[in-house]
Design a protein. Structure first.
Length: 212
């Protein structure tokens, strides 16, 4: 998938501070995966824009053991490795449209080891000592969704031992959307017990997660 030259230039500027290797793991399959080829192509095009980024592709039809190893529930899926080889963040669905910026910023966060959250939010997130899972349902046409995704991803990055966050493209996975009663996006589901719709500041987002 070709990225327009003006967008390539912008992405390269965002990637400029990256100073460590970022591995983008892409999982695809043949069954019920209309966007698998495009997701892989987009990831490869993005990886070409920095010397520090690379794509590792897993075809789950040929490597079914990878599904269990990485706990992949749907495809396409993207995991971005942390230096500790943990995977607290994942994309289910193609990170296109408004989610493209979330994809790019997440790579920057991992590649620099720095996030954009306020210091007090970072400190409080690190105090969490119980497992927390965040699912953020989005659509690629939703201008407010990437913010909800990025807040969840950043919380997972500052406390990867206890926080995991997943972006779910709602229209690609109607089974999940129905299961979680998604009627509007972004919809954020925390620990299967707490949910809310719409944008929320990081401090309030974190308080919801602590309560979940």
């Amino acid at each position: 998938m070709q990225i327009p030259e003006d967008i390539q230039k912008q992405v390269k500027e965002v990637f400029a501070p990256i100073d460590r290797k970022v591995v983008i793991k892409v999982f695809t399959s043949q069954e019920n995966c209309d966007f698998c080829k495009d997701t892989l192509a987009l990831s490869e095009s993005v990886a070409e824009l920095s010397d520090f980024t690379e794509v590792v592709h897993y075809d789950l039809d040929k490597n079914p053991e990878m599904k269990k190893q990485y706990q992949i529930t749907h495809t396409p899926a993207i995991l971005i490795d942390l230096p500790e080889k943990t995977n607290p963040i994942r994309f289910y669905g193609i990170p296109a449209g408004y989610e493209f910026s979330a994809f790019i910023e997440t790579i920057r966060f991992v590649g620099t080891g720095k996030v954009d959250l306020p210091d007090q939010v970072i400190a409080r997130a690190k105090e969490i000592k119980a497992p927390k899972n965040v699912k953020v349902f989005v659509t690629t046409q939703c201008p407010y969704c990437s913010g909800a995704v990025l807040t969840g991803f950043q919380l997972a990055l500052v406390n990867p031992e206890f926080i995991t966050t997943e972006m779910v493209e709602a229209s690609e996975f109607p089974d999940l959307s129905n299961q979680y009663k998604v009627r509007a996006v972004p919809k954020v589901v925390m620990n299967e017990t707490t949910s809310f719709e719409g944008a929320m500041p990081p401090d309030m987002y974190l308080e919801k997660l602590i309560e979940a």
